[in-house]
Design a protein around this ligand. Structure first.
Ligand code: HEM
Length: 154
């Protein structure tokens, strides 16, 4: 089993944070690109159904990798950086909880829009609205993350 203390000693938190930030900005950028460019361009064009499905398939694969990276690095950071900060300032946990729920919201919306589930077809039919919700949530998450980063170090 991977020893987390060894990982911390060899610069794990810095590497993890870099991967987390790169992935977070890639996902946020992709959500904005879909909202502002892709969705309005392709919406209502019957001839683009094949292209839309191909784009969804490709994005689905990228999104899965991004979600795994965000969760792995996020939980690792919580262990390595967040828990010590939470001991100094207990409100850290509350703000982290809000950020985590908002992040789950973005992950859910992005997955629903990229997926094929019939139960979520209604969300895909209102793709523009849901992309706007995901983009705004992502901005709130970035702001919360900055606030968490500034909170009391141990
Ligand atoms: C859309 C999803 C997410 C975005 C956009 C995002 C964004 C960010 C950014 C930009 C930072 C760096 C803040 C800084 O150092 O200036 C950060 C830090 C962090 N993130 Fe995320 N994140 C997301 C999801 C998650 C998830 C799912 C978790 C937990 C499983 C998580 C846990 C953390 C933790 C613990 C930190 C360190 C905060 C600190 O410095 O005290 N993040 N996140």
């Amino acid at each position: 089993m991977l020893n987390l203390s060894v990982l911390a000693a060899i610069g794990g938190p810095e590497i993890s944070l870099a991967v987390h930030i790169a992935t977070a900005f890639a996902v946020t950028g992709a959500v904005f690109f879909q909202w502002w460019v892709l969705h309005p361009t392709l919406e209502g064009r019957d001839e683009s159904e094949d292209l839309k499905e191909a784009l969804r398939l490709r994005w689905r694969m990228v999104l899965k990798v991004a979600i795994v990276l965000l969760l792995l690095t996020g939980f690792y950071q919580m262990w390595a950086i967040g828990l010590p900060k939470g001991k100094v300032d207990p409100s850290y946990h509350m703000w982290f909880g809000i950020k985590f729920i908002a992040a789950l919201g973005v992950i859910f919306i992005a997955s629903a829009l990229a997926g094929q589930s019939k139960a979520l077809a209604g969300m895909r039919a209102k793709g523009g609205t849901w992309l706007a919700v995901a983009a705004i949530l992502a901005l709130i998450i970035l702001w919360l993350s900055q606030a968490l980063a500034r909170m009391g170090a141990a």
